[in-house]
Design a protein around this ligand. Structure first.
Ligand code: ADP
Ligand code: ASP
Ligand code: MG
Length: 467
């Protein structure tokens, strides 16, 4: 049996009406045997506040009240709320206990425990809604399958163990019922609850698709597919009918929030087609992401990643010294910091680090800077955004980069990365310029001719390199 995994994001499960659209999508496709849900919109942000801010009891009560209002509104929207109300109240009691735990601000394991509750509540309610709409469904605890390391807040999944657990605990149930499980959460070898990083429900869906040999994985969200750029930046952005795995992976890595950065990794490993569409408007179609996509345009999309930090390390010792870069990178690697752009000169190296303010853990800290200062002079500059143009054969086709640089000629580009990869050209710009940079690029790359997105390019199959 070829199965489908359907994931519904926060706005898709924000209230009972939104949930009904999702339930109908599940019911309409008998191949959907596993449903992955996010926390209702806003809930995870409230949970992050409870887990990481110094709050008075009154402030905690206010936040708990807001979460309860969201969850109870969904509960009372069910035809017969009673079967799940006891379980929901148990989860809300646990939430209160954790919120008032005296070590909540200092124990990452407690943070992840509290963060997991949004998904645990929404999956409970969504499973009940599906049952009430006539679909055989059960709530399933993802923590029994999504086994991870103990890096709380950004846990790394154990692919082999996930495959084993999914085969043992999920597969045998799929002919009997639809399993409704939580995105974003997992557990370590001691059964402590862990989380995969913000936006991680997409990743959960892809991991389960891989583990269960699914043919497709659907990401249902609040937009009708992946767009040429974030539709919140410009209303000229338009949905793309298709994307290749490589393009989607680049877009996710470089800031297209519609997909968690790691989503494509399991899909690529198992050649699983991924669909992105709107749960409110499923009839409008969406984006299909696959290995064999029809066309490979030079320019496919523009992404933006905010909150980038530019670190420059400078030392005269770098002149002719081998091992300096290795030392710099090993300091960063020890802190699990990933570097995107690097430029070097004779005595200095500049690099960019992703430092998102809503991240569960703080990425660039004083300890790291201190260690870099032991070996070099260090400058840290904040307030940059990373802009990436995603496409194909960008480094080998004449004129591709000049069109991009012509579009942004009025802006100061701080750092440029070009040629390392055929699928992207990235540069760093001041935060205040970034919206205009994206708009200018979008205009020149996508708004000049009213042609379908695949018109600039060629068929992938004509390429000898692609099988
Ligand atoms: P969900 O809660 O369903 O996971 P997200 O908010 O995480 O939804 O992702 C959907 C949002 O991603 C959209 O509302 C849109 O603003 C943003 N986004 C950023 N880049 C893109 C893009 N290239 N295409 C579509 N949406 C994008
Ligand atoms: N609820 C989590 C978050 O808001 C995970 C997700 O929505 O994908 O980050
Ligand atoms: Mg998301």
């Amino acid at each position: 049996m070829s199965i489908n995994i359907a994931k519904f994001g926060g706005t898709s499960v924000a209230n009972i009406e939104a949930m009904r659209h999702c339930a109908q999508i599940v019911i309409n496709n008998p191949a959907t045997r596993v449903v992955v849900v996010s926390a209702a919109a806003g809930v995870t942000n409230y949970l992050v506040q409870l887990a990481s801010e110094e709050l008075t009891s009154d402030q905690k009560e206010t936040i708990l009240g807001k979460i309860e209002t969201i969850e109870f509104a969904i509960l009372t929207g069910l035809e017969t709320p009673s079967p799940v109300s006891i379980k929901l109240n148990e989860l809300l009691s646990l939430l209160r206990e954790l919120a008032f735990h005296e070590e909540i601000l200092h124990r990452p394991d407690l943070k992840d425990a509290i963060l997991s509750l949004g998904e645990r509540m929404s999956s409970l309610l969504f499973a009940e809604l599906l049952c009430q709409m006539g679909c055989e469904a059960e709530n399933f605890d993802a923590r029994n399958v999504i086994k991870t390391d103990s890096e709380f807040g950004e846990a790394e999944p154990d692919i082999a163990l996930i495959g084993e657990q999914a085969g043992k605990l999920m597969k045998p149930e799929l002919s009997r019922c639809v399993l409704v499980t939580q995105g974003f959460i997992g557990s370590d070898c001691n059964d402590n609850t862990t989380t995969l990083g913000r936006g991680g429900s997409d990743y959960t869906a892809a991991l389960l698709a891989e583990a269960l040999n699914a043919a497709t994985c659907e990401i249902w969200t609040d937009v009708i597919g992946v767009y040429t750029t974030d539709p919140r930046i410009t209303d000229k952005a338009r949905p793309l009918p298709e994307l290749s795995f490589e393009e989607a992976a680049e877009m996710a890595t470089f800031g297209a929030k519609v997909l968690h950065p790691a989503t494509m990794v399991p899909a690529v490993r198992k050649n699983i087609r991924v669909f992105v569409g709107s749960s409110r408007e499923p009839n409008k179609g969406g984006t299909w992401i696959s290995r064999d996509c029809e066309h490979e345009p030079h320019y496919r999309a523009i992404t933006r990643r905010k909150d980038q930090v530019l670190v420059t390390v400078k030392t005269p010792n770098m002149l002719f010294a081998s091992g300096f870069l290795q030392e710099v990178f090993s300091i960063l690697a020890n802190q699990h910091l990933s570097v995107d752009l690097v430029t070097t000169s004779e005595i200095a190296v500049s690099l960019t680090i992703d430092n998102p303010s809503n991240s569960v853990r703080s990425t660039l800290n004083q300890e790291t800077i201190g260690r870099l200062k032991e070996i070099s002079e260090v400058t840290v500059e904040q307030g940059y955004d990373l802009i990436t143009v995603v496409g194909n054969n960008m480094h080998s086709a004449a004129g591709v980069s000049s069109k991009i640089f012509a579009a942004v000629k009025d802006f100061n580009l701080r750092l440029i990365c070009y040629g390392a990869n055929p699928h992207n050209i990235s540069f760093l710009v001041k935060e205040k310029d970034s919206t205009n940079v994206v708009k200018a690029l979008h205009q020149d790359l996508f708004e000049q001719e009213q042609m379908p997105s695949h018109s600039v390019g060629f068929k992938r199959h004509q390429h000898a390199n692609h099988g």
